[in-house]
Design a binder for this molecule. Structure first.
Ligand code: GLN
Length: 197
């Protein structure tokens, strides 16, 4: 069994915990940076990225999260979590963790589309994934080292680059756990790789 941490400072962390458990693994809500040493993979949930960043600084998580990344363990960012991962945020002077090579656009689907659901084809995951978008960002640019996993109206809404997985929507808000299972499979592969090195 794997242990997946869900950053529990703000946002939809409880739902992610349930999703990990539905996949048959242990989930811990990470509220202290020391807990990062106990997990095999980390989920950065949706919520509000500016608030989450403020709390990351307040609870002294910034360097600890970057160190976690250095260990090579997988990180899955959803919605606000995706924004935290990005190296660049359009219209903002500075980004947050700057781990994943992508440019993101916040609140990118316009006001009247504040929140909506749609079926997505997600490469390697499902061709009928019910995706819930809530004041969602999209990925405006990726590098060649990044694989685009899903688009919606020609905008990139899910991508993977090495140890990072990012989704602009909220996979934890439905009973469809296939994207979480996909992340857990990456975590499993990574753990085996670390064990054999
Ligand atoms: N709009 C939010 C932000 O910019 C993200 C929304 C979400 O996580 N549902 O942080």
């Amino acid at each position: 069994m794997l242990t997946i941490g869900v950053l529990g400072l703000q946002g939809a962390f409880r739902e992610h915990k349930q999703s990990v458990e539905a996949c048959g693994h242990e989930a811990i809500i990470v509220k202290k940076k020391e807990q990062l040493t106990e997990i095999d993979g980390l989920v950065l949930p949706g919520g509000e990225s500016t608030t989450m960043r403020r709390l990351i600084d307040k609870y002294d998580f910034f360097d600890a999260l970057r160190q976690f990344e250095q260990s090579g363990k997988p990180i899955f960012g959803t919605c606000a979590g995706l924004i935290l991962l990005a190296k660049k945020i359009n219209g903002q002077a500075d980004a947050h963790l700057k781990l994943m090579d992508m440019v993101v656009e916040r609140n990118a689907f316009g006001r009247q589309r504040d929140s909506f659901e749609t079926q997505l084809e997600i490469k390697g995951v499902a061709d009928d994934f019910e995706a819930v978008f809530i004041r969602a960002p999209f990925i405006a640019e990726v590098k060649e080292n990044t694989e685009v996993l899903a688009t919606y109206q020609d905008k990139i809404v899910a991508a993977q680059q090495g140890q990072f997985l990012a989704a602009a929507f909220h996979p934890e808000l439905t009973d469809d756990h296939r994207l979480m299972q996909y992340f857990i499979d990456q975590v499993k592969k990574n753990k085996l790789k670390l064990a054999t090195n």
